[in-house]
Structure formats: C-alpha cells, structure tokens
Design a protein around this ligand. Structure first.
Ligand code: RB5
Length: 148
C-alpha cells in the first residue's frame, strides 16, 4: 500500500523507526519533518492530508507529541478520517467500522515497538462495508457537508 507519513519535531524520532518497519511491506512517502527543530504540526497534517486526498497515498500515519494536535488538524480536511490509536484494538476497529484513513500517534505516549505494531495493524485492516457502518459514515459525511 502507498502510505504517507509525517511528524512534527515531537514525532520525528518515531517516524524514523516506523519508516524502517513499514518500508518492508509498504511504499512509504516521507513528508517530513526531518529534524528536531520545532515546527508546527498543522503544516504536516495539511501535507499528509493533501497526499491522501490527492491519491499520492492510500493512507497516512501522522505523529506529534500526544497525537491530539495531529488528529484535530487532520480532521479539518474534508475526506480525511483521522483517529488517535494507542492500542491495537483501536488500530484495526477504526478502519473496519469507521474507514479511518489517517492513524495518529503520540510519540510521547507510546513506545516505539507498540507504535510499530499499531501502525502495522492499522495498515492491514480493511473497512467491512457493512450497512450499519456505511449508514453511520454517511451521517459523519453529512456533518462535514453542513460545515457547522
Ligand atoms: C509539540 O510540543 C506538541 O505540542 C505537539 O507535538 C503535539 O503534542 C500537539 O498536540
């Protein structure tokens, strides 16, 4: 799968680790940042969301210190369904039920090995397409269209 990955300075070290792990099974698109120089997470969320929406990547992995800012910013983009996952159950269920296309991680919250498992499980998961999930996602999309 084509996977975009991006991080702010809080997540740059974890991004490097995930790049090495995920590169074995996926085509990785690294959108930075690439140093510990402080940057603003919305800039990286925007770049990653664009890559997913433009079809350069099917899914994204977005990392900041807590994962919270990354998720907030990514979810402002129409068509991005971002969720914070710090356990493997959430990592697959959020795709199976909610068709999540961006997995957010907090590098200051989870260790690198757990984060690698979470990202691997997220990328292996598929949306079930079951009627009740489609119905709920349509309601989410309706909220998005209303631009409240
Ligand atoms: C940066 O210090 C930190 O605020 C950022 O990485 C993130 O945790 C925001 O949610």
């Amino acid at each position: 799968m084509k996977v975009a990955i991006a991080a702010d300075h809080g997540g740059v070290a974890l991004k490097g680790r995930l790049m090495r792990v995920l590169d074995a099974g996926h085509e990785m698109l690294d959108l930075g940042t690439n140093s510990e120089e402080p940057v603003d997470y919305p800039d990286y969320a925007r770049a990653l969301g664009r890559a997913v929406l433009d079809g350069q990547a099917e899914r994204g992995v977005l990392i900041c210190g807590s994962g919270a800012g990354a998720a907030i910013a990514a979810n402002k983009m129409r068509g991005i369904r971002a969720a914070l996952a710090h356990d493997t159950y959430t990592a697959h269920q959020m795709v199976e039920h909610d068709d999540v296309n961006v997995c957010c991680l907090g590098a200051r919250v989870v260790g690198a090995e757990l984060a690698a498992e979470i990202a691997t499980v997220f990328l292996a998961a598929r949306f079930t397409g079951e009627e009740r999930h489609v119905r709920r996602l349509n309601k989410v999309a309706q909220i998005e269209r209303e631009g409240i």
